[in-house]
Each structure stands twice: as C-alpha cells, then as structure tokens.
Design a protein around this ligand. Structure first.
Ligand SMILES: Nc1ncnc2c1ncn2[C@@H]1O[C@H](COP(=O)(O)OP(=O)(O)O)[C@@H](O)[C@H]1O
Ligand SMILES: [Mg+2]
Length: 236
C-alpha cells in the first residue's frame, strides 16, 4: 500500500471531525473522495499532509509512519497536497511560482525537465509564463497550483476540489490533465463535489460521511443518482 490510514482521529478545539477513519491507496491507484460539505474531507487531507494534528490512529506513506510529521518533511517524502481554494501568491509570475514548487531536495536536480513536462500538460501555463498570478483566470490558477505541486515530483498527489467554481469547459481540460497524470502512473487522491468528474478521472471512489469512510467501490458500480439524492439533496 502507498497510503494506509487507520483509525484516524482529528478535529479542532473540542470538536472531533474525523472519527477513526480508515482509507488505503494502492501503489498506482487514483482514488476519488466525495461527501457532503463539512464532513471532513479537507480535514482528512490536511491531517495526512501534517497541517492538522492527528489525535489518534496512524498514517503510513510507503511504509513510513508520517503521523504528525512536519509538513515539509512529508513533502520531501513525496506526498504533495494542492489545497482547496487559491493560495498562490498573487504577485508571483507563473514561472516564479513553478520555481518555488521545486524546493524539495529530491526534485531540484530535475527542475528544468519538470517545468517542460508541466508546460506540455498545461500549454496555457507556457503561454502565460511571465504573467502575474492575479491576472490569471480561475482555471489557469488551478492548473498552476497543480503545476507547482508537480514541480515537487509527487509520489502521491492530493487534490482538494480542483474544479470548485470553474466553468464546464475548463473542468473538462482539468479532467483530461488529471486523467493523463493518472495514466502516466502518478497515484492520486482527489476530492470533488462533482461526482461525474470524479468518476471520470478515478477508477475507485470512497464516500466520506460524518468523518468516516462509509462506502468504497469501483466508480463504474456507483449509483450516482442514489448517492446524490441521499447525501446532497435532490437539487444536486
Ligand atoms: N480551522 C478550523 N477550525 C475549526 N473548525 C474547522 C476548521 N476547519 C474546518 N472546521 C470544521 O470541521 C468540519 C469539517 O470541515 P472540512 O474538513 O473543511 O469539510 P469538507 O472539506 O468535507 O467540506 C466542519 O464542521 C468545519 O466547520
Ligand atoms: Mg473541503
């Protein structure tokens, strides 16, 4: 197993968000995680990346116990997280942001090659190399955020709601890029509210409900309509 999460507990102050959560990701697997807002998806990803303290349980990455290790140490091991929302520094250019992503010791020697690979995956980033981040569209920012993470040469890439707030066309571009990354053998854990997007890019899905994984199944066997009406209301 590449990632083994067992009995994970985490929360904020007096509130417990993750209640003994279990989840495993295999060596070359891309897993989609979905569930209602506020049920702990982001908290799970942050706990795995060392940004929120685990209060119980263990997280093992490629056999190494990373529970409550420092975030920088976890990135050095190859577990790289693209957070929810746009957290890129607005005054950086696209090229500068990509350089910053290459900070892990492991990835530095291949900075130029990695940059070329990312600009092939996202041609829009190559076109906007010298533009500042504040001038980019939402879709371009998300591409850049993924590009910055790829500069660190992830062995497991974690994406938190990459298509949040984006128009269908750019969602399609992101889905194609994520599918290409998965096809190239990069394991991923992807959180999304858009179940159709998630099913298209991830062969296996896990449903998180009130801080626990309550269902794991191949995407093809998931009854989208039943899940949407049960967990998201009929409007979805
Ligand atoms: N920094 C924080 N401090 C206190 N409570 C938080 C914090 N971040 C998230 N929460 C709470 O934890 C719960 C789970 O949030 P989150 O993990 O962001 O859910 P999701 O990503 O599934 O929407 C929610 O009730 C949310 O209000
Ligand atoms: Mg979230």
């Amino acid at each position: 197993m590449l990632l083994e999460i067992a009995g994970l507990k985490a929360g904020y102050g007096g509130v417990t968000v993750l209640h003994a959560l279990d989840l495993e990701i295999g060596a070359a697997e891309t897993v989609g995680l979905f569930g209602p807002n506020g049920h702990g998806k982001t908290t799970l990803l942050k706990t795995v990346s060392g940004l929120v303290a685990a209060r119980g349980g263990t997280i093992r990455f490629d056999g190494v116990d990373i529970t409550n290790r420092k975030p920088g140490h976890i990135v050095e091991l190859g577990l790289v997280h693209v957070p929810q929302g746009n957290l890129l520094f607005p005054d950086c250019t696209v090229a500068e942001a990509l350089s910053l992503g290459a900070w892990p010791r492991r990835a530095r020697p291949r900075e130029a090659a990695n940059r070329a690979r990312i600009e092939t995956l996202f041609p829009r980033l190559a076109e906007r190399r010298r533009q500042k981040i504040h001038g980019l569209s939402g879709g371009e920012r998300q591409m850049l955020a993924i590009g910055v993470a790829l500069m660190a040469e992830p062995r497991l890439l974690i994406l938190d709601e990459p298509t949040l707030g984006l128009a269908p066309k750019v969602r399609g571009e992101l889905a194609a890029a994520i599918t290409e990354l998965a096809g190239g053998g990069l394991p991923m854990l992807v959180v999304e509210q858009d179940l159709r997007f998630l099913g298209a890019v991830c062969p296996r899905l896990a449903l998180i409900d009130r801080g626990q994984v309550v269902l794991e199944a191949p995407s093809a066997t998931i009854d989208e309509a039943a899940i949407m009406s049960r967990y998201f209301g009929d409007a979805a």
